[in-house]
Design a protein around this ligand. Structure first.
Ligand code: SF4
Length: 452
């Protein structure tokens, strides 16, 4: 399977080497955290050096130690997302290979392999979160990333699940409204990246609602980043006139060659009412209208639909594939980019009962046949294949029981808070729901008996 010679070259440096640890970073400027790549947990950016050395937003002492492990052939524990994929039966291509061979990474392989482990380096791919202002409260998301979820958790408190911290704020704000030292460092650092930066991805929250996003557009009106692809992650669930206003400013930057190009990333994890249930607050009518608007303004740009494949994606995933197919057939450069939800544990797709697993089989077969017809790319198929193999890999029975018990508790509480009805939205999940209910009753009886 590792036919690609580039994968062998990466492993020759070390079997745990990954360029994303040097070149890609996601920075949360609200809580002063970062991670490389987006799979590991976020870690704290130390403030002591930041004023004179704004690149500490990326080159933290903790990250340098992970780079050292990689150069020595040791697997950093924080990268378990990739090790799980690589250790699954059969041979699989983890994100370590995919990211390291991405255009923003591959050309730097030899240079980086020779660097001392503690060398500071400019990233070529920066994802930045200015703040957490967000109009949605998705089921798998958390308070640190969405002000809507923050409001929900303040009002209702934690969900009655094993890990009560899910959705609760994890990182305290490390800034006050007057002075955000992380934002200040970012604005100082950004001009110094002009030669290296190939991708700047703005995320949130919902970045189109952030005043910092306007500041960024103003910045590029007076600075030129020749190699830069500007990417915005947006939920597209806002009035089209508002979205049009923001996109017209971006279009001017591209037309005036201030940046090399633009791509829009959005999210959808299932089809129709299932998608709106998972992403609470999502207005699907506006979503598709805005997809059409993006295509009208940037007909040559890719529009990437990120899909956080979770247990609730399974029932309607075939329909989502067919929907994306219909847009592709009309000339839209839509791309379906999947990853699987690992946290929260109780939304993992591998909790599925047999009846739901057959739906994933069907989606995989459908994507394969559409890929053979040239309608989906090998990359899109490989992402679904990763999900498929992960769901099929063996699991501890105790983990499955815990996940199903928590799923039942979570969904009932979610329905109460959002005034939704799970079984009305997902009638095909009745058998799964009943199974989870049984596990819940059994473990509750056990818990009460142990208290006596
Ligand atoms: S090894 Fe995997 S999880 Fe770690 S940085 Fe690379 S792509 Fe991300």
């Amino acid at each position: 399977m590792k036919k690609d010679k580039r994968y062998q070259k990466i492993d020759q440096i070390s079997p745990s080497f990954c360029l994303a640890k040097w070149l890609q970073v996601t920075i949360d400027l609200k809580h002063g955290t970062n991670h490389s790549c987006h799979h590991p947990e976020r870690h704290i950016i130390p403030t002591q050096l930041l004023e004179n050395k704004p690149d500490v937003l990326h080159n933290t002492p903790f990250k340098k130690r992970q780079r050292k492990l990689m150069l020595e052939g040791v697997r950093p524990p924080e990268c378990s997302y990739c090790w799980t994929v690589e250790d699954a039966p059969g041979e699989h291509i983890s994100d370590r290979y995919i990211k390291s061979t991405d255009p923003w990474a591959w050309d730097s392989l030899e240079k980086i392999a020779k660097l001392p482990w503690d060398q500071d380096i400019n990233p070529t791919y920066v994802e930045v979160m200015f703040d957490s202002i967000c109009n949605l409260s998705c089921s798998y998301c958390m308070a640190d990333i969405s002000t809507s979820i923050m409001k929900e958790m303040k009002e209702f408190g934690p969900y009655p699940v094993t890990d009560q911290q899910h959705r609760m704020p994890k990182h305290a704000d490390r800034v006050d409204d007057e002075e955000n030292i992380f934002q200040k460092a970012f604005w100082k650092w950004l001009p110094t990246l002009s030669q290296d930066l190939q991708v700047l991805r703005i995320t949130g929250g919902e970045p189109l609602l952030s005043p910092q996003n306007d500041k960024l557009l103003e910045f590029f009106e007076t600075h030129t980043f020749k190699k830069l692809e500007l990417i915005v992650n947006t939920n597209l669930s806002m009035p089209s006139e508002f979205v049009r206003g923001k996109l017209l400013r971006v279009k001017k930057l591209v037309d005036n060659k201030r940046v090399a190009g633009f791509e829009l990333y959005t999210s959808l994890d299932a089809f129709d009412s299932a998608a709106a249930y998972i992403r609470s607050g999502l207005n699907l009518e506006l979503f598709w209208k805005n997809i059409e608007l993006v295509h009208e303004l940037f007909p040559e740009s890719q529009i990437v639909i990120m899909c956080a494949y979770n247990i609730l994606s399974m029932g309607s995933f075939d329909e989502l594939i067919q929907c994306v197919r219909s847009y592709k057939e009309k000339g839209y450069k839509l791309v379906l980019d999947l990853s699987y939800v690992k946290n929260p544990f109780y939304l993992r797709a591998n909790l599925a009962t047999e009846d739901l697993r057959t739906k994933l089989e069907s989606s995989y077969a459908l994507m394969k046949s559409l890929c053979a017809q040239g309608l989906f790319s090998a990359h899109e198929l490989s992402k679904l294949e990763t999900v498929y193999n992960w769901v099929k890999s063996p699991n501890e029975q105790s983990d499955i029981l815990r996940g199903r018990r928590d799923f039942y508790s979570f969904i009932n509480e979610y329905d109460k808070r959002k005034k939704t009805n799970f079984l009305k939205t997902f009638p095909e999940y009745e058998a799964f729901y009943k199974t989870c209910h049984k596990v819940f009753e059994f473990t509750e009886a056990d818990r009460l008996a142990s208290k006596k």
